[in-house]
Design a protein around this ligand. Structure first.
Ligand code: CA
Length: 227
């Protein structure tokens, strides 16, 4: 993966450590120390890591501008006591946040996760059959847009992270609801059933979301007959 990442951070030590970790992981990194430099550089980036407090402005203003003009994924760097900032950043349209102090490796992991979620397409017979965009939370099947619930979207996003890999029901529950929720296997099954129905209504093969008997679910690019 060699996506171009823009790191917007005015504290040189933090900017350098994040840029170094991303570069070591194969990303191509540009650093901007001010909001105005970030504005000028954002067009060349595929993801932005954004500090909220910049010498010439607020990261919130950049999020607002970018959300209007482009779909670029944004990961916010927030201070430890800035819970209100984190909530506001997510509401303004940031995709994720990392709390200072963080390890550069944590930032790299978030960058990878956000990129993975943001654009996934499963090609079948030359055309993308299942596609989703985590930034806009839109999903398509066979080119038609799918109206998914939050849970259906998150289940599909999880399955699409690694097409072909089987996800157990327990794993899907942990990923979609988080640990500590009393969600039964049957609940997952009914959400998958609803998801398949919507995929079928869009004219795609519902068997793309395959049941692996006794194990769980996977997305396949070679669907068997629908169950
Ligand atoms: Ca700062």
């Amino acid at each position: 993966m060699s996506a171009r990442i823009l790191v917007v951070e005015d504290e040189p030590a933090i900017a350098e450590s994040v840029a170094y970790a991303l570069g070591r992981d194969g990303f191509s990194v540009t650093v901007a120390a001010t909001a105005s430099a970030a504005s000028a550089l954002a067009d060349t980036a595929e993801l932005v890591v954004l500090d909220l407090m910049l010498p010439d402005g607020s990261g919130f203003d950049l999020i607002a501008i970018w959300r209007k003009t482009k779909k670029i994924p944004i990961i916010v760097l927030s201070s430890r006591d800035g819970e209100a900032d984190r909530v506001a950043a997510l509401e303004a349209g940031a995709d994720d946040y990392v709390t200072k102090p963080f390890s550069p490796r944590e930032v790299v992991a978030r960058v990878r996760a956000v990129l993975r979620r943001s654009q996934v397409e499963i090609p079948l017979q030359g055309a993308p059959v299942l596609a989703l965009d985590a930034v806009t939370r839109r999903a398509r099947a066979n080119g038609s847009s799918l109206e998914l619930t939050r849970v259906e979207f998150d289940v599909l996003a999880c399955l699409l992270e690694q097409p072909g890999r089987v996800y157990s029901r327990g794993e899907l529950i942990g990923r979609v609801w988080g640990d500590g929720f009393a969600i039964t296997d049957r609940t997952i099954d009914s959400h998958v059933k609803a998801l398949r129905k919507k995929v079928a209504e869009a004219g795609a093969e519902p068997g793309l979301i395959e049941t692996v008997r006794g194990v769980g679910y996977r997305v396949t690019d070679a669907p068997s007959s629908p169950p």
